[in-house]
Write a protein that binds this ligand. Structure first.
Ligand code: DON
Length: 304
């Protein structure tokens, strides 16, 4: 495994076509695109890393997997009254379907859906309490109390988040946001601004590898049925309008973020985190996807 990861890092470091860093969030626009990291965490506790795998980056939309997991734990299937579970085929920040579908986002991973999920788990809490809960959940599943929120990224998003404000107010007009819109958005931006390294992220994904239990720590996070469903949503919706392409090329449940990270799950085999800040046109890590494609070719881990 270490040889495979070393080969991947060598290939990725040699790449000159690295995509574009997200520039609509000023704090992310300043990140050096010449970085690449990868970690493979196995259920038996073995961890293999190469490249910048210990450097924290903004997990952005990958956090939506963790907030969905929390929401399912808190309100169960009532989640599906607020968001659907169909691929959208539209960009992650699109507003077009919301009008036709009466303010109910297609799935929990597009921005509108993730904002609705934050509203669902707020349930009368102050935003700070909710954030503390999200952060402590992420620390618990990653088994690492040093994970924190990058306040500068959160403020940078807050200052430029006109799209997300539009989505949230539009949903509120249909009654699908119940709390104060600014409080919900503030919590959403902070959740997206959690900073994690590939090593921390791969650890955090381990519960999705082994039917809801992190076998390396012994903690049961969700039931096996729930883990299966979170994985299915990641496969169908985790890369927005690039989900089909990701399934075709990589063939694993995966969730991307505009910080350039991807968490991919090889069921019963491994949790994989990759990071390279340059994005493709859809907003998914360009080299991250290539690296996963290489990894799956070498390991045979595609689910297909
Ligand atoms: O709300 C946003 O636009 C970002 N905080 C998250 C978007 C994102 O990560 C999309 N991922 N590829």
């Amino acid at each position: 495994m270490q040889d495979i990861l070393n080969d991947i890092v060598k290939a990725m470091n040699a790449s000159t076509d690295r995509g574009q860093v997200a520039d609509y969030i000023p704090q992310l626009a300043a990140i050096d695109p010449n970085q690449f990291g990868i970690t493979v965490a196995l259920p038996d506790g073995q961890v293999f890393s190469a490249g910048c795998a210990q450097k924290p980056f903004s997990i952005q939309s990958i956090s939506k997997v963790f907030s969905l997991t929390l929401a399912l734990g808190k309100i169960g299937d009532a989640v599906w009254a607020k968001v659907g579970r169909e691929p959208s085929g539209d960009p992650f920040n699109s507003i077009v379907q919301l009008e036709h579908e009466h303010g109910k986002p297609r799935n929990p991973f597009i921005n509108a859906g993730a904002i609705a999920i934050v509203d669902a788990i707020m349930m009368g809490h102050e935003p700070k309490e909710l954030l503390a809960e999200i952060l402590s959940f992420v620390r618990y599943i990653a088994n690492d109390n040093s994970i924190s929120i990058d306040e500068k990224v959160a403020q940078s998003e807050l200052a430029t988040g006109h799209r997300n404000s539009s989505l949230a107010h539009f949903m509120a007009s249909f009654g699908n946001i119940e709390h104060d819109v600014d409080c919900v958005l503030g919590a959403y931006y902070h959740q997206c601004s959690i900073a994690m390294s590939c090593e921390q992220l791969a650890q955090a994904g381990l519960f999705l590898v082994s039917e809801g239990t992190n076998k390396s720590t012994g903690s049961r996070v969700v039931s096996s049925a729930r883990a299966r469903r979170i994985n299915s949503l990641m496969l169908m919706c985790g890369h927005y309008d690039g989900s089909g392409e990701f399934a075709y090329r990589v063939g694993l449940p995966g969730k991307s973020g505009v910080g350039g990270g991807i968490l991919a799950i090889a069921p019963n085999k491994a949790s994989i985190a990759v990071w390279s800040p340059g994005l493709d046109k859809i907003g998914n890590s360009k080299l991250g996807t290539q690296a996963l494609e290489m990894l799956v070719e070498r390991t045979g881990w595609s689910i297909f």
